[in-house]
Write a protein that binds this ligand. Structure first.
Ligand code: MOS
Length: 715
């Protein structure tokens, strides 16, 4: 794809901006249907044990109550699909399956009433008796189980013994929560024995598969719609328990049921980013060249049953540490530690955001130990191929990111000694880290239809894929307007409906790279068919005129993106370099991030505006990860200490530094897809936290290895 295109890679206006800011965009919780009933939940008051009895007598007498579901009367639900690629649920057991409690807040009763207030009031009247059992909610208190998969190359142990320079350090990350602005919400509605669900999800087809299996229906009889989703960050990949229960209740009541989780329910029942404890051992030559890297991670998972019954969830920290740097000897071992908490899940850049915290931190320590510049150390260990598989990257420009970022930041002026720059009370520090995220792409189809309308044609682009607020609507409009050479106003995009051509979950920064090339392929087909009606090959293409000549009122084509072949010759990866300035007042324990520069190679950018937003948002997510975010559970009651957005701290405007993001131009990854784009949704976060900690070390000479970098760590 030529970057001289008037549209691809330029800033576009968000095509759904107007309906969003005027409140016309309908999110799941906005759906109103005749006869709508409302759900509220009773969450378990213990973290482990059994429900002895649920007394609903008082609640049933409360005003407006229509139905109370518990494990005694929930009725049958089929087994849920998991791990077969068709859909995901956080728990292989359907909700309200039995009397067993695995975590505090687990749904033990659902109340449905005429209004949300009545449902909430009645839920408060449900009395539950429990038989509590001992529980563990702190990863440092739990016993680990070693995963059998141990990626390795060479002989790490021998190399670590023989090396002239070694580093052996322990880094940690806390439980963090995706906290999407829009809480998880579902409206379930049965129409002539078929199920229609409006859900806040990353994957309408995943929801469809789970619901169809649960209710013993064919997939076609379940329709899921999610035209607008207000953020997710990984937390809406799984079909949530409350979504299944809303469908159960709606069928029982023969009325539509709306279920909107309260913020405290999101923060207790939706899986967080798992806590990690990571030991990094590095062996290097005196010039900084890596000889060995050993990465030992402990991360938490759900209860013992998660370990025993099937693959437990693990935070995939070693996915990135094995590929990033040239290093002949490598080994990654992973222990999972079951805790009595909601099963953890994916959160933006799962594995990269945690694994790079440890690896990039350890590399900064190696740079200090070896007397090398941190950037020079990265350059020295640069790999132009996937270091683990040995496959060359089809398009890789990390060195340019380093160079360009260093130049924009002014890195060459860095005095290596800590406590070398001061501004009033504060010490100034500069740090940097590599950012990285794999290029992901999945099978997808997109339909493009041209309709003859007064004064020309109108184009409708449609796919089941979902825009989480990230910009897919606009990206597809840009690609299609460009391919058909039409003004943007003539393009409509329809997303997030199982009736539209199938698309993968929106996850792993995959969707633009999956559906944008499919849209382009559909346009190419349409063009070819219509251009056959030209009178001469040099006749300019007027689609309305050609449709008229063809005697057609409309024409459509489907374009597809295929699955990646197993034996791909090349690897596809995005990279970046992130540079950070902090101001630290050690006496106050205060760390402020004052400047961030990031330069990224994400392949061909489709829309500059939303890509920039993704990268800026990613950097800010990294600032939150570094300085503020943690979910701590009270060891006595197993409650999260912070179960709302007043207590679970996220960056606010005053925390936002001067952020400068840039991407390399003219670097399309054309063997990855026809547009050459790789997605930019997650990479922005990945190097921020380690760059901040390195900057703090540079500012005051104190090495911090445990996130978040709260003031107490400096005092
Ligand atoms: Mo995500 S954590 O790519 O849904």
């Amino acid at each position: 794809m030529s970057t001289t295109s008037p549209r691809i890679g330029r800033p576009a206006e968000r095509i759904e901006a107007r309906i969003k800011v005027t409140g016309q965009a309908r999110y799941a919780a906005d759906v109103v249907l005749p006869g709508l009933a409302h759900a509220a939940y009773v969450g378990s008051a213990i973290a482990c044990g059994r429900v002895l009895a649920v007394d609903t007598a008082r609640a049933e007498q409360a005003g407006g109550v229509l139905l109370i579901l518990t494990h005694d009367n929930r009725g049958p639900l089929g087994d849920l699909p998991n791990g077969d690629g068709t859909g995901l649920t956080p728990d292989p057991r359907p909700p309200l399956a039995d009397d067993r409690i695995d975590y505090r807040g687990q749904i033990v009763a659902m109340v449905v009433a005429e209004s949300p207030e009545q449902a909430a009031h009645a839920a408060s009247l449900v009395e539950v008796r429990y038989e509590p059992a001992p529980f563990v909610v702190d990863i440092d208190d739990g016993a680990g189980t070693r995963l059998s998969d141990v990626p390795r190359r060479g002989d790490c142990a021998a190399a670590l013994r023989a090396a002239p320079v070694t580093i052996d350090v322990l880094y940690s990350t806390p439980i963090q929560h995706p906290c999407p602005l829009e809480p998880h919400a579902t409206v379930a509605h049965w129409v002539d024995h078929d199920l229609v669900v409006y859900d806040s999800t990353q994957w309408v087809l995943g929801d469809q598969a789970v619901l169809a299996r649960a209710f013993g229906l064919s997939n076609e009889r379940v329709r899921v719609l999610a035209p607008f989703v207000g953020g997710s960050f990984g937390s809406k990949v799984f079909t949530a328990a409350h979504t299944l229960l809303a469908a159960v209740a709606a069928r029982r009541l023969e009325r539509p049921v709306k279920s909107v989780l309260r913020r405290s329910e999101v923060l207790t029942t939706v899986g967080p980013r798992a806590a990690t404890r990571q030991r990094i051992q590095l062996a290097a030559e005196r010039d900084g060249r890596l000889i060995a890297l050993r990465h030992h991670t402990r991360s938490h998972c759900a209860t013992e049953r998660d370990v025993a019954d099937r693959d437990p969830f693990y935070e995939p920290t070693s996915g990135i540490t094995r590929v990033l740097y040239a290093c002949p000897n490598y080994e990654a071992v992973h222990d999972v530690v079951p805790l009595h908490l909601a099963k953890p899940g994916w959160m933006r850049a799962p594995g990269e955001a945690t694994g790079l915290w440890a690896l990039e931190g350890a590399l900064d320590e190696l740079a200090c130990e070896s007397g090398l510049d941190p950037l020079a150390l990265r350059m020295r260990n640069h790999s132009s191929r996937d270091a683990h598989t040995g496959k060359p990257y089809a398009s890789e420009h990390l060195r340019e990111c380093y160079e360009r970022g260093a130049e924009r930041f002014g890195w060459s002026r860095r005095e290596p000694r800590p406590r070398s720059m001061r501004d009033g009370d504060a010490w100034i520090g500069w740090g940097m880290a590599t950012a990285a995220h794999p290029g992901n792409r999945d099978p997808a189809s997109v339909r493009v239809r041209l309709d003859r309308e007064r004064g020309g044609v109108h184009v409708t682009v449609a796919t089941a894929g979902i825009d989480l607020g990230t910009g897919l609507y606009t990206a597809l409009a840009v690609v299609v307007a460009d391919a058909l050479d039409l003004p943007g106003e003539r393009v409509t995009v329809e997303l997030g409906d199982t009736r539209l051509p199938p698309a993968p979950m929106t996850g792993g920064s995959n969707l633009t790279a999956s559906v944008a090339p499919a849209a382009l392929a559909a346009c190419t087909r349409l063009r070819r068919r219509l251009l056959a009606f030209r009178r001469a090959p040099d006749e300019s293409a007027d689609w309305a005129e050609l449709l008229d000549r063809a005697g057609l009122g409309d024409i459509e084509a489907i374009g597809t993106t295929d699955a990646r072949p197993p034996g791909e010759r090349h690897a596809h990866h995005s990279f970046g370099a992130q540079f950070v300035e902090v101001r630290v007042v050690p006496e106050l324990g205060r760390i402020r991030v004052t400047r961030v520069v990031g330069v990224f190679d994400v392949g061909q950018v489709v829309d500059a505006t939303t890509t920039r937003s993704q990268l800026l948002g990613g950097v800010l997510f990294g600032v939150g990860q570094a300085l503020l975010e943690q979910q701590v559970h009270d060891p006595v009651h197993a409650l999260p200490v912070h179960a709302d957005l007043a207590g679970y701290l996220l960056p606010c405007h005053a925390d936002v530094p001067d952020i400068d993001v840039e991407w390399l131009d003219a670097v399309p990854d054309v063997t990855f897809n026809a547009i050459g784009c790789r997605g930019a949704g997650e990479i922005g976060i990945t190097g921020v936290a380690p760059a901040i900690a390195s900057a703090v070390h540079h500012a005051i000479g104190v090495r911090l290895r445990d996130l978040p970098l709260t003031p107490d760590r400096l005092l």
